[in-house]
Design a protein around this ligand. Structure first.
Ligand SMILES: *Cc1c(COP(=O)(O)O)cnc(C)c1O
Length: 353
């Protein structure tokens, strides 16, 4: 606390990201990064972008990237917004659509950045409990006043809503923005992007951090009706005109061009998730049905905190949330085959003690 802080700064309770350990050779399964490297085409494009032109500002509108994304999803360029990671895109969406409003509906168990933005932008959050299966019930998301926000698949549960269920939420809230955070959609879900032309209140947010192996580059995007995108642009151009640097823009374009690599690595993640789920069930873990690149699990005999501590001691990092209802769950990211084998070996050792 300092006398120099504004009243707002004094009240903030910032988001706490998962640990990024400095030790090498840890099996890092705590922050849902992709276990596979970026596409070789992406790395080549980035190397080519490291040149004398770095003395010039990047394209403030990232036109080439927006056009690439628009072509990829069959949208117009004016329906696409990009930013420095989807966390930033989410912040701008809060500023553009929710700021100062009452009753933003969001699941009680969800991405813990949302309540932080509520505080930053004076939004009154209204937490809706997940049902007994830890799933979102669309019937609970009617008549919001500020808007609705949820990840699909949800994080940290991994559970997914169908497009029909999402339409139910969109139809029940024609007068406010329904923001679907699709950070994990590429690991086996169906994107709401195809609903954009039918619902002017739909904003779909995605990231290149998970399914496109570029967490280190910080690239996020939003897609929706041109009027929503224009609102985001107004906020962005009142804050930072150049959120994506030259290298980031080049890498993102290449990431959408190399679709074969993208499909191959997503399929591999799904295959590894199935193996991981089977192994954990064999060891008597309950595994919630996941369409993401992580699984959310609990054990019938061992406490989550105890398991996490044992794993950490043996060089495996997973995520444990100290939150009501889920304090006995662990979130484990899907890894490479070798990483997952090490995880299972350590768990076997613990459970036979
Ligand atoms: C990882 C994640 C993000 C953040 O993605 P960045 O683009 O890396 O900022 C957003 N939403 C959810 C639900 C996430 O899990």
């Amino acid at each position: 606390m300092s006398k120099f802080w504004s009243e707002r700064t004094k009240c903030l309770q910032p988001y706490v990201p998962g640990e990024q350990p400095k030790l090498t050779n840890l099996v890092k399964l705590n922050t849902n990064e992709n276990p596979f490297p970026p596409s070789p085409m992406v790395l080549t494009a980035m190397r080519q972008a490291v040149n004398d032109e770095l003395c010039l500002y990047p394209d403030p509108n990232a036109d080439k990237l927006k056009q690439t994304i628009a072509d990829y999803y069959g949208l117009h360029k004016q329906q696409v917004f990009v930013g420095n990671g989807s966390d930033e895109v989410l912040a701008q969406a809060f500023a553009a659509f929710f700021q100062g409003k009452q009753q933003l509906l969001l699941p009680d168990i969800s991405y813990s950045f949302y309540p932080v933005y509520c505080q930053l932008y004076d939004v009154e959050a209204c937490c809706v409990p997940l049902n007994e299966n830890f799933a979102i019930d669309p019937a609970d998301y009617c008549h919001a006043r500020a808007g609705v926000i949820f990840p699909n698949p949800n994080a940290p549960t991994g559970c997914i809503l169908s497009l029909m269920q999402i339409e139910q939420i969109l139809q029940a809230n024609p007068d406010c923005v329904v923001l679907v955070d699709e950070a994990y959609i590429d690991f086996g879900g169906e994107s709401s992007v195809k609903l954009i032309d039918d619902y002017p209140n739909l904003l779909v947010v995605q990231t290149l951090s998970k399914s496109r192996s570029l967490a280190g580059m910080r690239i996020g995007l939003a897609m929706g009706h041109v009027d929503l995108i224009e609102g985001l642009e107004r906020v962005k151009n009142s804050f930072n005109s150049y959120p994506l640097d030259r290298v980031a823009q080049a890498s993102a374009v290449a990431a959408f061009m190399d679709d074969d690599y993208f499909r191959f690595t997503c399929a591999k993640v799904i295959e590894n998730r199935i193996w991981l789920t089977e192994q954990l069930q064999r060891l008597k873990f309950e595994v919630l049905p996941s369409r993401a690149n992580f699984v959310f699990v609990r054990h019938d005999r061992k406490q989550a905190a105890q398991i996490a501590a044992f794993l950490r001691l043996h060089g495996v990092v997973v995520r444990h949330f100290l939150q009501d209802r889920i304090s006995n769950f662990l979130r484990i990211s899907v890894g490479t085959e070798e990483q997952q084998q090490r995880l299972i070996a350590v768990l076997e050792e613990m459970l036979t003690q």
